[in-house]
Write a protein that binds this ligand. Structure first.
Ligand code: NCD
Length: 300
């Protein structure tokens, strides 16, 4: 694999090997300087906290030089295109690019321009894909449940329509053989294309949570949303917010994931986000290990 742009159609064996390697990093295996002498640029045209910092840390741990590109303080503000920005940084000898962009397909378009030996990782494009988030979510589920993904009952709840995280999670869950995926949102936030093929789709949160082992909740992406898709934040919380009371329908051992950033009191209550079922900070921790494994696989 030259680039990691999506988890769609990525073979199960590749994903499992990647997760095993990430687990080894999480367990504290000796880290080889696999990226010694390699320059990696985090090329973010959209805001980020955890994705960008964890890629930075992952690349540094593998011995890379890390450069940051910040659209707001760059020549993008003078009208320079993403393609020209990419070619400019690549011309400096940078070989790894971690790219986030608001447009669907934007990272693949840059990958098509890349010279042989340059690797791009999609850190989120539009609504389409966020493959390392999908991988770190699978690692977190494996750890939290102690089961194979194939044997987990997984509920994905919230703004699926706008979520690249949900799309990458779905690709990964299917690749790993998960047979019980419930997708739950108000009708206005459910995609109408093939995204949810094979899922049990419902607008009823209690039905989605019934016996679930894993609840993956999603941020309401108001920056990508037209007005009127939800009546009010209060009504959304009443219908789809993950609270202790709603979780009484899930399995007793159920865990809750959220990719962050969280809207407290909207898609998740404080008590759940900070409570014993929450694996939100485990996801963040696993993000570093997964991104180390991805960078090593592509550039090591
Ligand atoms: C997500 C993203 O940017 O797609 N955040 C993340 O990378 N952890 C989810 C979101 O912004 O809601």
């Amino acid at each position: 694999m030259d680039h990691l742009l999506t988890l769609q159609d990525v073979p199960r064996a590749w994903i499992e090997a990647l997760l095993d390697r990430a687990q080894a990093f999480a367990d504290g295996v000796a880290v080889p300087p696999a990226l010694g002498g390699v320059a990696v640029c985090t090329l973010f045209f959209e805001p980020s906290t955890r994705t960008r910092l964890s890629f930075d840390l992952a690349a540094q741990r593998l011995g890379a030089h890390v450069l940051h590109f910040d659209a707001a303080s760059s020549s993008t503000t003078k009208g320079e295109t993403a393609a020209d920005t990419f070619r400019t940084i690549e011309a400096m000898g940078v070989r790894g690019f971690v790219v986030r962009h608001r447009e669907d397909g934007a990272v693949a378009a840059l990958a098509a321009l890349a010279a042989p030996g340059t690797a791009l990782v999609n850190a989120g494009d539009g609504r389409s894909a966020h493959p390392t988030q999908g991988l770190l979510d699978m690692l977190t589920i494996r750890q939290a449940t102690g089961r194979a993904i194939a044997d987990c009952r997984v509920a994905i709840v919230g703004d699926i329509l706008h979520s690249r995280v949900a799309r990458s999670d779905l690709h990964a869950l299917r690749a790993l053989g998960c047979r019980d995926i419930r997708a739950c949102a108000p009708a206005s936030l459910l995609p109408r294309d093939a995204t949810l093929d094979g899922c049990a789709v419902t607008q009823d949160l209690d039905a989605a949570l019934d016996g679930a082992d894993v609840v993956m909740t999603l941020r309401l992406q108001r920056e990508r949303m037209q007005d009127g898709l939800v009546d009010s934040l209060e009504a959304y919380h009443a219908g789809y917010g993950i609270t202790e009371a709603r979780l009484s329908r899930a399995a007793a051992h159920a865990v809750v994931l959220h990719p962050g950033p969280i809207n407290r009191g909207v898609e998740i209550s404080d008590a759940v986000a900070d409570g014993p079922r929450s694996r939100i900070l485990a996801q963040v921790r696993n993000g570093v290990a997964v991104r180390m494994a991805v960078l090593e696989a592509l550039l090591g």
